[in-house]
Design a binder for this molecule. Sequence first.
Ligand SMILES: Cc1cc2nc3c(=O)[nH]c(=O)nc-3n(C[C@H](O)[C@H](O)[C@H](O)COP(=O)(O)OP(=O)(O)OC[C@H]3O[C@@H](n4cnc5c(N)ncnc54)[C@H](O)[C@@H]3O)c2cc1C
Length: 456
Amino acid sequence: MDLRPDPIDADDFRVFPRHLDGKARSRHHAEYAGWHRDACWNGRRFERFPEYIVRAQSIADVGHSIDFARRHGLSVSVRGRGHSYAGCFLRDNGLLLDLSALDRIDVDPAARMAAVQPGVSARQLAQALAPHGLAFPTGHGGDVGLSGFLLGGGLGINFRAWGGMSAFNLRALDLIGADGELLHADAEHHPQLFWAARGGGPGLGFVAVKFYLDCQPLPACITGSSAHTGLDRLGALLQAVERADPPPALQVMIAVVPHGDGLQAALSTLAFADTAQQAQALHAALFSRLPAGLVEPLARDQPSSFEAIYRQSEAMLVSRRYRCDNVLTDRGAEAARILAAHLPLRPSPASVPLLIWRGEPRLPDAAFSARGRWFVSTYAQWDAERDDEANRRWLKALYDELAGVASGAYINEFDLEERSAQVERCFAPANWARLRELRRRCDPDGVFHDVRIGRR
Ligand SMILES: Cc1cc2nc3c(=O)[nH]c(=O)nc-3n(C[C@H](O)[C@H](O)[C@H](O)COP(=O)(O)OP(=O)(O)OC[C@H]3O[C@@H](n4cnc5c(N)ncnc54)[C@H](O)[C@@H]3O)c2cc1C
């Protein structure tokens, strides 16, 4: 039997879109360039060109596209809402399956559950849940896609009180594998695929078409406090936060931002509570334990909300072009010293490091397995193409050095363009081996692109 894929001729491609509810464009189509450009949230142009882009309008479109790709030897890459900083769904010579139009949300308030399609954003989900008094630990940017976010683990709003990582709130998912079959996976059915979907990251070897999410009661009182200190005291601040051991319902974040001619560490905390009194107590649990004079308070117990958090996070990302990298580390003070040495050299003053206190979440048996009490991510951002290379080099040098104090990295903000060869850093060794083996078994013919950019 000849197993070689069929070559595509113009007729094949003319017929294929007729089976779709959505649309498809080949590289030769006049609209392709616009579709390629619009696929990425990041304003940088990625020189990786799929042969076809399909904008799916139905789950059947996903099956047809996988079938077409398999028959013709095209590797499939998948786009949720295109927020990957590395544009990792853009790959050469394959078929890009864009799921962003699949954005249905069904809420079952009695079961405290939401069934969500992959094109749904953080803000859309929060808005659908709030009228039912429910919430979900979405990403902090309102437009961030839930599907890429969840499949990579998801460091969401109020994540410490709500499961550690958002993916641990996944009850089940529907997915379509390399053979085009639609499966329902949960702890009992296809448990290996369910295991992989909880934090396995991009390139899993299947397309998730629906997520069944366990939701949380919407906290009646969300408040924020803020304070700042000099960059030279960042290490001391991190150690003080560690000693204070903040309660899970207090989210603690420190951004390094410009201040006058220099830089400062801006501490912000978010409390998720039922009453104003409880929220005050959460903030006080941290602020009352910081050494006197370490930070200068700016605001205390200010009303906040999911929408306010989305806007605050969006206000941090002000440029058109981005690169992002991160480490997870237990050595906060050393990471602070490395940041302080590299930040004055940054080519763009808009670039911001963000440090988030994770504590030590208890990890269930799931693909997500990266450890480290501090999440240290840097959003290099600038506007002009001519500055691409300087920013790339600066971020690489910073994270080459931070890797020396890292205990892991978070796949969704890992620089897959620069570090695809090191992607196993994002997983415990046994989990990485299990993910690779699972992928080999589920997708033996490589119907889907690999997580590593540059590898099929
Ligand atoms: C402004 C901004 C704010 C962010 N905030 C946070 C945050 O607070 N917390 C956090 O953890 N992360 C955050 N991120 C990172 C975010 O989690 C990732 O960028 C994530 O990939 C976004 O999801 P997406 O659906 O847009 O992914 P896409 O960019 O569309 O896809 C990325 C990859 O995910 C895989 N994928 C996506 N959907 C599917 C699917 N349905 N089936 C199979 N594979 C799929 C594909 O391999 C794809 O290549 C943020 C990113 C941005 C740009």
